[in-house]
Design a protein around this ligand. Structure first.
Ligand SMILES: O=C(O)C1=C[C@@H](OP(=O)(O)O)[C@@H](O)[C@H](O)C1
Ligand SMILES: C=C(OP(=O)(O)O)C(=O)O
Length: 454
């Protein structure tokens, strides 16, 4: 372990910060993870538009999904706890209703809320305003708002193409055909497809522009819609057609969130230990499934069995050259593993993540750089040259995946302090507790709340 740079004060815990536990040896654990954000929020939307009450088993309860549930309740849907069959947290029963207006939706920083709900709000009887966190106001929205206008929606965004805006719902939407540029986010396409069956003429979407990122998320949208009885034609590249139809009530179990599994599995690799995530699906549309091949290429033994996915470290961590265009939400954790590798890494294909929770390329370059790693921002990714790490305050920019990246780095960087670790609640409120359980069983997992000057 390199000693801290003598001219820099050691990182100190401040309000809301978290001193990451260092791994003294190989970790060895099973980690049970809550449900997928992307699946939970799709199921909530479809259930609110369905033809009868739905049952969502093992839904994720995190900031993003609770904001989605809150917004749908405001629009009229019933979302109630019901006893879980698995003995875990309660499941959700979702009862659809005629959608009402005069509603103010708080999107927080959730891409799924700010993109998936405006096309739903166009079906409401009255105005629905949307706003969110300061950083949400700079996330791209323009193409989906323009597409909604072309499909017959009445909305006012002050010409900004971002939050805040108002959708003046008229109780129904004509729908039809539209061309848009979805190179900034696959969520533009998913959003129009999810509400599309309820539009009078359905929706035909044609994408024109640089390739659409995060393609598995569109597959997820199509699969969840088809399972609910919708008819979708995706046989022509960059074109999707959803027919007008009822959406059948759902009875679904939410898979564990595979992108949230990534930091835990990474801990198995970088400590030369073993981590198993039970209930890893053998068929999935989750983009996070790509972590299996990525960690394998970085030197892990990876084994998918009936018990779950097991990642074991071999003692070596290799750099890789990887295109994360399809699984861009893995970038922060992969970048963290890369900083602990024995050779350089190049991450490509993720220019659009400058529009995620924060500019993730800039944030990673800055925070890894502060720790001592040599990082070059490229047009569409990062080049990472590992160097000995020196502890520092790791900033999170309100980005849950920056917390996860910092936790991985902290395994091998004693004294690393993560600022505002609570921001991880966007998708995994219990992250720090699970992490302590993994790395340092018996220690307290909550972020520091006692203030100490930095
Ligand atoms: O539809 C979804 O659930 C998501 C799509 C992706 O968005 P982008 O296409 O903007 O990358 C992904 O990164 C995000 O975490 C979740
Ligand atoms: C990009 C992400 O989230 P969002 O759904 O807000 O786009 C993410 O979770 O990494």
């Amino acid at each position: 372990m390199p000693s801290p740079d003598p001219v820099r004060p050691p990182a100190r815990a401040v309000e809301g910060s978290w001193t990451v536990p260092t791994a003294d040896g190989p970790v060895d654990a099973d980690v049970v993870l809550p449900g997928s954000k992307s699946l939970t929020n799709r199921f909530l939307v479809l259930a609110a538009l369905a033809n009868g009450p739905s049952l969502l088993r093992r839904p994720l309860r995190s900031r993003d999904t609770l904001l989605m549930a809150q917004a749908l309740r405001q629009l009229g849907a019933g979302i109630e706890d019901t006893t879980s069959h698995s003995g875990q947290l309660p499941d959700w029963v979702v009862t659809p209703a005629t959608l009402r207006g005069d509603v103010q939706v708080d999107c927080g920083l959730a891409g799924t809320v700010m993109r998936f709900l405006p096309p739903v709000a166009a079906l409401a009887a009255g105005p629905v305003t949307f706003d969110g966190d300061a950083q949400a106001r700079v996330r791209p929205m323009g193409p989906v708002l323009e597409a909604m206008r072309a499909l017959g929606a009445d909305l006012d965004d002050g010409g900004r193409g971002t939050l805040p805006f108002t959708v003046r719902g008229r109780g129904s939407m004509p729908g039809g055909a539209v061309t848009l540029d979805a190179s900034a986010s696959s969520q533009f396409i998913s959003a129009l497809l999810l509400a599309g069956p309820r539009y009078d003429d359905g929706v035909t979407i044609h994408h024109e522009g640089e390739p659409v990122p995060s393609e598995p998320h569109i597959e997820m949208t199509i699969e969840t819609l088809r399972d609910a009885g919708a008819l979708i034609d995706d046989s022509v590249p960059n074109t999707w057609r959803v027919e007008p139809s009822e959406i059948n009530a759902l009875d679904v179990q939410v898979e564990p969130d595979l992108s949230n599994a990534a930091p835990f599995l990474a801990a198995g690799l970088v400590t030369g230990g073993r981590v198993t995530v039970p209930s890893w699906p053998h068929h999935t549309t989750q983009a996070g499934d790509a972590i299996r091949d990525i960690l394998d290429a970085m030197g892990a033994d990876v084994n998918l069995s009936r018990e779950g996915l097991t990642v074991s470290g071999t003692g070596e961590v290799s750099g890789i050259d990887v295109d994360l265009h399809d699984a861009s939400e893995l970038t922060p954790v992969v970048a963290a593993v890369a900083a602990l590798a024995d050779s350089p890494t190049v991450i490509r294909g993720v220019a659009h993540i400058r529009g995620h929770e924060t500019d993730r390329l800039a944030a990673l370059a800055r925070e890894l750089g502060t720790l001592g790693t040599v990082v070059t921002e490229t047009e569409d990714g990062l080049r990472i040259e590992p160097k000995p790490l020196r502890p520092s305050l790791f900033h999170t920019y309100a980005d849950h995946r920056m917390v996860m990246a910092g936790a991985v780095l902290g395994l091998r960087c004693e004294g690393l302090v993560i600022e505002d670790a609570g921001t991880v609640a966007k998708t995994l409120p219990e992250f720090t507790q699970l992490w302590h359980h993994l790395v340092a069983p018996g220690t307290l997992g909550a972020p520091s709340t006692s203030a100490a000057s930095a």
